[in-house]
Design a protein around this ligand. Structure first.
Ligand SMILES: *[C@@H]1O[C@H](CO)[C@@H](O)[C@H](O)[C@H]1NC(C)=O
Ligand SMILES: *[C@@H]1O[C@H](CO)[C@@H](O)[C@H](O)[C@H]1NC(C)=O
Ligand SMILES: *[C@@H]1O[C@H](CO)[C@@H](O)[C@H](O)[C@H]1NC(C)=O
Length: 453
C-alpha cells in the first residue's frame, strides 16, 4: 500500500541529502502545495497523513442533532494518474536537455543526470496504484461520514448508484471506490453495477459552444499566454537555466512545466522527493501555480460564462435527484436513491463548482495581478487535487429538509445563503434562475446570445 511506502522513502531521502529548503513534513517536497491539479489530496487535508481513514468529526455534523441524513450525492474526480502522452513527451525532451546540456557543481546535478526516464507514452493518463487507493480510502471515509446512508443493506438493495465517465481512469476509480466499500462491509466477489454516462460526466466534449469558443480558441486563454511570457515567469525560467547552467533560450515554458510537474508526478505516483524538485524554490512554485490556476480559470472556471454553463446538464441532474428525494420525504415515502456516486474529471467538477458560485474572487484573475491575487480563493491545489469531490447531502429536520455542501470533505457555504445548512427551499430560491433556465442544448448552441459573456 502506498501509505506504507512513505517511511521507507523518508530514509532514502535523508541518506541522500535531498532535504529541500523548507520541508513542511519529512518526505514531502516543500513545493507540494503548489502542484495545482497534479497535487495530492493529502495536501488539502493533512490530517490524512496520520490516518488515511480519519474523518474530521466537527466537519461532518448534521444541521442539528434532531436531523437525519436522507441522501447524499458525491461527484468525484478520478484518482492519481500518469501524465498524458503529450506531457510524457515534454518530460522526455526536458530530461534529454538536462542530460546533454546541464553543467556546474550543484549537488543535485549528478542525481538529475542519473535519473532514469521511466514514463512511457502508453501510460497516457492511466490511473496508478495510488489513484486506486485514493478512491478506496475516500469510499471508506464516506461510510464513516454517512453511516446511516452508505450501508451494506443500501448497497445490496441497489439504493446506491454509480455513474462514471467512460475514460479508463474514471472506470477504474469507480471500481476502486466500490472495492473500498466491499472491504468496509466485508463483501467478497460480488460485482457491483455502474453506468457509463459521458453526456453527463464529459459534457465538455459535446458542448459545441465550449469547444468552439474556448477549447479551440487561443484567444480564450490569452491571459495565460501573456502571463507565461511575462516578467514573473521569465524570472522562473532564468533561475532554472542558471541552476542548470543551460542557455536561457533553451529553457522554454514547456521545459519549466515539464520539470515542475515531473517533481509532482514522482511524488504523487512513487512517493519520492525527486531531484527535479530542487530546481524550484517556493517563490518559483507560486508563479508556476498561478499559471496553472489562470489556465483552469479561463478554460473551466469563471473566465468565460460558457465554461460553467456547459455543466447545466449535471446541475439539473443533481437538483432533479434532490427534488425527488425531498418529495419522497414530504410524502413520507422511503427514499429510493439514497446515495449517488458520480466519477469524472476536473473538467466535470470545476465547471459545476463555478456554476454554484463557489471559490469566486472579487477580481478576475489576469496576467498582471499575480501579486495581488496571492490570497485568492480560486486555488486549484486546494480545490481540485486528485480525487477532489463535491458532496451534497440532504437532511430531514423538524423544520423541513436541509442541505449541506462539502468540497473535499470540508463544509462550504453556498453564496447568498446564511450558514452551512440552509433549508432546501431557500437553496432552490437562490438558484431559481439556473433551475428555470440553464438548458444544456440552448447554452451549448453556437450563435445564440445565452452563455455569452
Ligand atoms: C475540522 O473541521 C472544522 C470545522 O469545519 C475546522 O474548523 C477544523 O480546522 C478542521 N480540523 C482539521 C484538522 O482539519
Ligand atoms: C484498470 O484496472 C484493471 C484491473 O485492476 C487493470 O487490469 C487495468 O489495467 C486498469 N486499467 C487502467 C487503464 O488503469
Ligand atoms: C538551444 O537553443 C538554440 C537557439 O534556439 C538552438 O539552436 C539549440 O539547438 C538549442 N539547444 C538544444 C540542446 O536544444
Amino acid at each position: 500500500m502506498v501509505e506504507k511506502l512513505l517511511p521507507t522513502v523518508f530514509i532514502v531521502y535523508l541518506s541522500s541529502c535531498y532535504v529541500t529548503a523548507t520541508p513542511r513534513e519529512p518526505g514531502i517536497p516543500a513545493i507540494a502545495r503548489y502542484f495545482n491539479t497534479k497535487g495530492r489530496y493529502e495536501e488539502v487535508n493533512p490530517y490524512l497523513l496520520d490516518d488515511i481513514l480519519a474523518i474530521n468529526s466537527s466537519a461532518v455534523k448534521p444541521p442539528a442533532p434532531t436531523c437525519t441524513a436522507v441522501h447524499f450525492t458525491a461527484i468525484i474526480r478520478h484518482g492519481t494518474r500518469f501524465p498524458t502522452s503529450g506531457n510524457i513527451r515534454k518530460i522526455g525532451a526536458f530530461d534529454n536537455l538536462v542530460k546533454t546540456e546541464a553543467n556546474g557543481d550543484s549537488s543535485f546535478l549528478p542525481e538529475l543526470k542519473a535519473w532514469k526516464m521511466w514514463y512511457k507514452e502508453d501510460m497516457d493518463g492511466r490511473l496508478v496504484a495510488k489513484g486506486r487507493a485514493d478512491h478506496r480510502h475516500l469510499a471508506r471515509r464516506l461510510v464513516k461520514t454517512f453511516p446511516s446512508l452508505l450501508t451494506k443493506e443500501n448497497l445490496q438493495g441497489r439504493r446506491v448508484k454509480f455513474i462514471t465517465s467512460s475514460k479508463h481512469r474514471c472506470v477504474n476509480s469507480t471500481l476502486a471506490f466500490q472495492q473500498g466499500l466491499k472491504e468496509e462491509f466485508g463483501i467478497e466477489g460480488e460485482d457491483l453495477e455502474f453506468t457509463v454516462n459521458d453526456a453527463l460526466m464529459r459534457f465538455f466534449d459535446t458542448c459545441a459552444r465550449l469547444v468552439e469558443t474556448v477549447e479551440k480558441n487561443k484567444k480564450a486563454v490569452e491571459e495565460v499566454t501573456r502571463f507565461n511570457s511575462g516578467p514573473e515567469m521569465n524570472r522562473v525560467q532564468e533561475k532554472l537555466a542558471d541552476r542548470l547552467q543551460i542557455p536561457y533560450v533553451n529553457v522554454t515554458m514547456d521545459g519549466v512545466e515539464a520539470a515542475f510537474y515531473l517533481c509532482a508526478y514522482e511524488f504523487t505516483i512513487r512517493g519520492v522527493t525527486s531531484p527535479w524538485c530542487q530546481l524550484f524554490d517556493e517563490s518559483d512554485a507560486q508563479v508556476v501555480e498561478y499559471s496553472g490556476d489562470l489556465k483552469q480559470y479561463w478554460k473551466k472556471g469563471f473566465g468565460h460564462d460558457i465554461n460553467s454553463k456547459a455543466s447545466c446538464i449535471l446541475f439539473h441532474n443533481l437538483f432533479n435527484r434532490l427534488n425527488a428525494v425531498a418529495s419522497q420525504i414530504k410524502a413520507g415515502q422511503p427514499v429510493s436513491e439514497v446515495v449517488t456516486v458520480q466519477i469524472g474529471h476536473a473538467e466535470t467538477l470545476l465547471p459545476l463548482l463555478t456554476l454554484l458560485g463557489l471559490f469566486k474572487d472579487n477580481t478576475i484573475l489576469t496576467s498582471t495581478n499575480f501579486a495581488s491575487q496571492l490570497g485568492r480563493a480560486f486555488r486549484c491545489g486546494q480545490i481540485m487535487p486528485y480525487a477532489a469531490n463535491l458532496l451534497v447531502a440532504l437532511y430531514e429536520c423538524p423544520d423541513g429538509v436541509r442541505l449541506q455542501v462539502r468540497v473535499n470533505e470540508k463544509p462550504v457555504t453556498l453564496p447568498g445563503l446564511a450558514g452551512p445548512s440552509p433549508l432546501y427551499e431557500d437553496v432552490k430560491k437562490q438558484y431559481h434562475q439556473l433551475l428555470t433556465g440553464c438548458d444544456q442544448d440552448v447554452v451549448c448552441q453556437l450563435n445564440n446570445s445565452q452563455g455569452q459573456n
